[in-house]
Design a protein around this ligand. Sequence first.
Ligand SMILES: C[S@@+](CC[C@H](N)C(=O)[O-])C[C@H]1O[C@@H](n2cnc3c(N)ncnc32)[C@H](O)[C@@H]1O
Length: 466
Amino acid sequence: MAALARRSCLQFLLHLAQDNLDFRLPEIKSLLALLGKSFSPTLNFQEKAPFWCLDGLSEDDIKHVMARSVCAKSAFELWGHGKTHSELKTSLLNYPAENMSPFMQKDSTYRINVYTFNKTLEFSERIKRIDDMEYLPFEGTVNLKNPQHVFCLLEDYGTDPNNIPEHPDHVYFGRWIADGQRELIRSHSVKSRHFIGNTSMDAGLSFIMANHAKVKRNDVVFDPFVGTGSLLVACSQFGAYVCGTDIDYNIIHGRGRSSRKNQKWRGPDENIRANLRQYGTERLYLDIMVSDASKAVWRKAPLFDVIITDPPYGIRESTRRTGSHKDAYKPWDSAFAESHVPVSQAYHLSDIFKDLLNLSAHHLVLGGRLVYWLPIYRPDYSEEIVPLHPCLQLLSNCEQVLSSHTSRRLITMEKIKEPEEMDNQAHQLDSRFSPYEGHNAFREKYFSGVNKRCIKEDSQAEVNGQ
Ligand SMILES: C[S@@+](CC[C@H](N)C(=O)[O-])C[C@H]1O[C@@H](n2cnc3c(N)ncnc32)[C@H](O)[C@@H]1O
């Protein structure tokens, strides 16, 4: 223990997946922000590179980030690096002995891996690379199957697969700390999801959104365009209580035509709750209801820690809202008292986003985040078209290209102040639901009680054949 405490000036190396490049930096920054830490890369930081070196963090910080990240593949404690193997050797020989020695003791076991980015090495070349590192003072025993410590030599051959250099651009050596959560992409794939629709969000992107949103245990997360609940599945995986609304009665009640090949109608238990059950997070299901996102149905209060959503773009699902064409403009407050008009009209994209930002400004807690997709016609795009709101600060804006002319942008905003007209009393009443740690215990107790009761009532209803 004492030896570990003496270790100082640690740097960490992240190995990132080379897909969703735009989403990586906001993901890692958000995960660090959850720990109250800032992102401080070392010099030569290149956002699109597969390796990033980070300063100012502890091994625990890195483990927390890797327990959530789907953009990062692995993390290492960086012991040395250089443009060539000879520079790496100099760097390693200068690395403080007290930082290395706890992992090189006589009674320890270890293994060295060789990883190359953008090049494949023959087995014999890999072995030679390891043999060439004999200058490292390892005293332990090699154990390939179950070592106590894993080390890695990483070689970076650039990002151009058509122009692979003979020698690496950069080499790194470090102690493996943790792998990221790439496995979630497979385990939560919509291909094996119980309930899906035509626009179910891809698992990887859903988890990235939850990370950009800084979703944490006991948060209350709301999706106003919930569809089949893919975003709620991801948020509940990170311990948040989830709820949502959708205008489509069939999707909320799991009725109508199935989106699966070879299946005409949805089965009896195809719904969002069953999706959460599939992944063991049913206890975090609050509720889902049929509701039009253009209408103000919530009582005035900061009810949600996170609003996360994929609004309709009008391509694979229509953008409709309730109301008739004769509807005059109704201010936010009076719309609350409005009676339901079961006629639908077009819901223009600009209105969808205006309503979404208003909803977030009114119903997010201070510091809460809104994360949503904005569809873009690329030739017309400029930053000015991203909707803004005086109560919401734009934190990140990442593009996912869909075709040469279209893309969607993942927008992350944070609530920085309350709308002026908001009733202060309502805030005080709902301060029990604030995101600060002290209130989490209350919330956990509150919702687990509610959920246990619901699950019991549902099982009773099943027994009664209702
Ligand atoms: C892109 S889909 C959401 C997909 C969802 N993220 C999923 O994983 O299944 C958009 C959803 O918005 C719903 N929608 C369209 N207009 C709406 C409105 N005015 N209010 C609420 N929901 C609406 C559609 O029924 C559709 O389910």
